[in-house]
Design a protein around this ligand. Structure first.
Ligand SMILES: Cc1cc2nc3c(=O)[nH]c(=O)nc-3n(C[C@H](O)[C@H](O)[C@H](O)COP(=O)(O)O)c2cc1C
Length: 342
C-alpha cells in the first residue's frame, strides 16, 4: 500500500526536464516523503542510470514516472506554418527550429528496465497503459499510479492501484489522455467527482504549496499530496538556474496553459514566447517539443527566460527556497500530521 512507503503523505512530483533529479528524489524520500524520478524525454538507459544513482543516495522507496506515447495525426502544413512564425525567435538565440519529429519516448525499453528494476511506484502520464503492462509491473512489486484529469480518464484507469488526480492549477503538462482535451477541473472538484464514482486511493496534485493545502486535500479524501512547484527551487532540484530565478522574478506575474512550446497543453510562467505564440500553436505533441527544443536550450544558456518553457503551477509565488528535507519538515509541521492511522 502507498502509505507503507512513506512516513508523511507528501510526494515530490515527477518533473521532466531535469528538476526531479536523483538528489531531490532521494532527499525527499530520506525525509519521510516519497521522491519521484521523471523518465520523460530520457532514454531507458538514462532512466536506469538515475534509478541506480537514487538507490545509492537512499534506501527508502521512490517512484518513477513515464510518459505513455500517443499516435497523433498531424497536418504538415500547419507544422510548417508554425515553423515560419517561430523561426526568428530561434535565430535570436543562435538556434534553429528542429525537425518536427515524433517518437515513443523509448517506451518499450523503459518498460523493460522498469520490469527489472522493481521500483516502489511507477506512475504514468498522458495515458493509461494496457492491463498486461500494469500486471507485469505489479508482478515485480511496483504499485501503479495513473495520472488523470477528468472522470472519464479515471474510469479508464480503474485497473491501476492508485489514481494521481491532477487539478488544473498544476504546473507542467496537463496529463490528459487525449491531447485535444481541453476539459479542466480545479483539484477539489475533481477529487470529489472521482471519489463519488470510484474507490481507488487518490494522490492529489495541483497548486499545493503549504502544509494546510495538504491537510485540505487529505480532508477531501486523498491519501497523499503530490507537490511539484513547491520543490522546484530546492537546491537539490535540477531545474535550470534561469528557471529557478524566473520563479522569483517580478517580471513574471502569472501562469497560463499553452501549447506554444510542445504542442501539448502545459502551465508555465507567461513570458514572451507564450504570449506571442499561444494562440497559433498547433495541437501536435511531441512534434512541437522537438521543434522548439534547441531554441529553449540556447535561451537557457544565454540566460534568456523569455524563450524557455518556465513550467510552474498557479501557486508558484508561494514557493519557498529551502533544502528539500527542511521543506518536507516544514510542510509536516504546518500540516499538523498525526500519522496515517490504521
Ligand atoms: C517543471 C515541471 C515538470 C513536470 N514534469 C512532469 C512529468 O514529467 N511527469 C508528470 O507526470 N508530471 C509532470 N509535471 C506535473 C507534476 O507531476 C504535478 O502534477 C504538478 O507539479 C502539480 O502541481 P504543482 O506544480 O502546482 O505542485 C511537471 C510539473 C512541473 C512544474
Amino acid at each position: 500500500m502507498l502509505k507503507d512507503l512513506m512516513r508523511y503523505p507528501i510526494i515530490q512530483a515527477p518533473m521532466a526536464g531535469g528538476a526531479s533529479s536523483p538528489r531531490l528524489a532521494a532527499s525527499v524520500s530520506n525525509a519521510g516523503g516519497l521522491g519521484f524520478l521523471a523518465a520523460g524525454y530520457k532514454t531507458a538507459e538514462e532512466m536506469k542510470d538515475e534509478i541506480g544513482q537514487t538507490r545509492q543516495l537512499t534506501e527508502r522507496p521512490f517512484g518513477v514516472n513515464v510518459f505513455v506515447p500517443g499516435n497523433e495525426a498531424v497536418d504538415e502544413n500547419i507544422l510548417s506554418g508554425y515553423r515560419e512564425k517561430i523561426e526568428k525567435e530561434a535565430e535570436s538565440v543562435g538556434a534553429e527550429i528542429g525537425k518536427a519529429d515524433s517518437d515513443d519516448d523509448d517506451w518499450g525499453n523503459k518498460l523493460h528496465v522498469l520490469k527489472e528494476a522493481g521500483v516502489s511506484v511507477v506512475s504514468f502520464t498522458f495515458g493509461c497503459p494496457t492491463e498486461d503492462v500494469i500486471r507485469e509491473l505489479q508482478d515485480v512489486g511496483s504499485l501503479i499510479a495513473v495520472t488523470v484529469t477528468n472522470l472519464q480518464e479515471a474510469k479508464k484507469a480503474a485497473g491501476a492501484d492508485i489514481l494521481c488526480v491532477q487539478g488544473f492549477e498544476a504546473g507542467g503538462h496537463r496529463a490528459s489522455f487525449d491531447n485535444r482535451t481541453e476539459e479542466d477541473y480545479g483539484l477539489l472538484v475533481l477529487i470529489r467527482m472521482i471519489k463519488d464514482e470510484l474507490s481507488l486511493p487518490i494522490i492529489a496534485a495541483g497548486g499545493l504549496m503549504h502544509g494546510k493545502d495538504i491537510a485540505a486535500v487529505l480532508e477531501a479524501g486523498a491519501i497523499a499530496a503530490q507537490l511539484g512547484t513547491a520543490f522546484l527551487r530546492c537546491p537539490e532540484s535540477g531545474a535550470s538556474p534561469v528557471h529557478k530565478a524566473a520563479l522569483g522574478n517580478p517580471r513574471f506575474t502569472q501562469t497560463s496553459i499553452t501549447r506554444a512550446f510542445s504542442g501539448r497543453r502545459a502551465r508555465g510562467l507567461v513570458n514572451h514566447f507564450l504570449t506571442e505564440y499561444d494562440s497559433v500553436a498547433p495541437v501536435a505533441y511531441p512534434y512541437v517539443h522537438h521543434m522548439t527544443k534547441q531554441m529553449r536550450k540556447a535561451a537557457g544558456q544565454k540566460n534568456n527566460p523569455e524563450l524557455m518553457a518556465l513550467w510552474a503551477g498557479q501557486g508558484y509565488k508561494l514557493s519557498r527556497e529551502l533544502p528539500a528535507s527542511e521543506l518536507v519538515e516544514l510542510l509536516v509541521e504546518e500540516l499538523n500530521w498525526e500519522g496515517f492511522g490504521s
